[in-house]
Design a protein around this ligand. Structure first.
Ligand code: ADP
Ligand code: MG
Length: 396
């Protein structure tokens, strides 16, 4: 994967149109989590240092091609200004006269946020005319929104066709980390896929078994695999209609020399409730009214050993119902072990997925992982082996 970065750009006095992901959680009209704003800072700082005029493009929510006042980016300009410790100007449209006037008013190193690009239908339609209208306010295009790169929209893909295109700092970090995990990993490479459903992760499993040396399956989806192998799963969540599919994946893993780890032992309980009485059983040994809610200690220990024998780990999906203790134990123990190995430089540990990130945060180990992607859908599509239009446009 080759793409240009800001180190390759001549920035001085240039108007840089920067696509960022500011689709942040809001409560009562204020930003309640500024992680994504902070993630944009390295790119903004670099452009500032290079003397560029920084024009930020972003979407918020789903206004479906028309102006929706409740989905304005205006409150985000104020929050960003706090993060940057510098003023952030705002224009109430991303194209047309108000955008142009605001861009013309910028001095080198100053920052402007343009209104929600999704207020225009041309954004999601990737209309070339709309991309041109956006491009009228820039000399170069910087994409720093990996999390929006699975969408071919005007501000994520179209702009790269009309302006010289560069990966921003966050995009560069993310692409390099993903390449180190799955594109060009140090081997052996181990995957962990957990979560609730096989059905949402079929493409992902099919792709991973062709790329990984070892794959551990956990979470609710492991129940479907256990069932497919003839084990009793009691009252567990299980997609019985996907038993054939699970057997196909097991076969595909064999054909590709990917060693599969299914649970050896399991943690079962009659209900999902904090502190519910739980028992450790061998896989397949379960009562009719019991559910599998976590990986057992032997399973986790074997997984930790596999981490120790691997150079790279790629992880999506918790091993159990981590939101409800004690069913968080498998996920927490595995997360802490991976983090310790990564911190010691023994393992490249990369993880992503909404609930996975929440679980790693709960374990307090996010900072020790080599990289934790907050990109959600784009991360999963990348794990599925799909080409991301926003990334492909940069490497053209
Ligand atoms: P991510 O968001 O990281 O991609 P998923 O959304 O696929 O992860 O899965 C997370 C969910 O899977 C969590 O809500 C967790 O409670 C659930 N889960 C994990 N193990 C089980 C299980 N054994 N039974 C039911 N749900 C489970
Ligand atoms: Mg999820």
């Amino acid at each position: 994967m080759t793409f240009k970065t800001l180190d390759d750009a001549d920035l001085s006095g240039k108007r840089a149109l920067v696509r960022v992901d500011f689709n942040v959680p809001m409560a009562d009209g204020a930003v309640s989590d500024d992680t994504r704003l902070r993630a944009a800072k390295p790119t903004i700082d670099k452009l500032k240092a290079g003397g560029a005029k920084i024009v930020l493009l972003a979407h918020f929510d789903r206004p479906k091609g028309k102006r929706v006042d409740a989905m304005s980016l205006k409150p985000i300009a104020e929050a960003l200004s706090k993060v940057l410790g510098a003023p952030v100007a705002f224009a109430d449209d991303c194209v047309g006269p108000s955008a142009k006037a605001a861009v013309d008013a910028l001095s080198n190193g100053e920052v402007l946020l343009l209104e929600n690009v999704r207020f225009h239908p041309g954004e999601e339609a990737n209309d070339p005319e709309f991309a041109k209208a956006l491009a009228a306010n820039g000399d170069l295009y910087v994409n720093d929104a990996f999390s929006a790169a699975h969408r071919a929209h005007a501000s994520t893909e179209g702009l790269a066709r009309v302006l010289p295109a560069y990966a921003g700092e966050q995009m560069r970090l993310e692409l390099n980390a993903l390449d180190a995990a799955l594109g060009n990993p140090q081997r052996p490479v181990l995957g962990i896929v957990g979560g609730s459903k096989v059905s949402t992760k079929l493409d992902l499993l099919r792709n991973l078994v062709t790329k990984l040396d070892k794959l551990a399956i956990g979470g609710g989806m492991a129940n479907t695999f256990l069932y497919a192998q003839g084990h009793d799963v009691g009252a567990s969540y299980c997609e019985k209609d996907l038993a054939d599919t699970a057997r196909d994946i097991i076969r595909l893993a064999g054909q590709n020399n990917c060693k599969l780890f299914l649970p050896l032992d399991i943690v079962v309980a009659e209900k999902i409730a904090p502190g519910a009485p739980a028992h450790v059983r061998m896989a397949g040994s379960i009562d009719d009214d019991e559910r599998i809610l976590d990986a057992g200690p032997e399973t986790v220990e074997r997984l930790c050993r596999a981490m120790g024998n691997s150079k790279t780990l790629i992880w999506n999906g918790p091993l159990g119902v981590f939101e409800v203790p004690p069913f968080d134990k498998g996920t927490m123990d595995a997360a802490r072990h991976a983090a310790a190995l990564a911190k010691d430089g023994k393992l490249v540990a990369v993880a992503g997925g909404g609930d996975t990130v929440a679980a790693l945060n709960a374990a307090g180990v996010t900072g020790d992982f080599t990289f934790v992607s907050t990109a959600g859908g784009a991360f999963l599509e990348w794990m599925e082996g799909k080409e991301l239009p926003g990334v492909a446009a940069l490497s053209r």
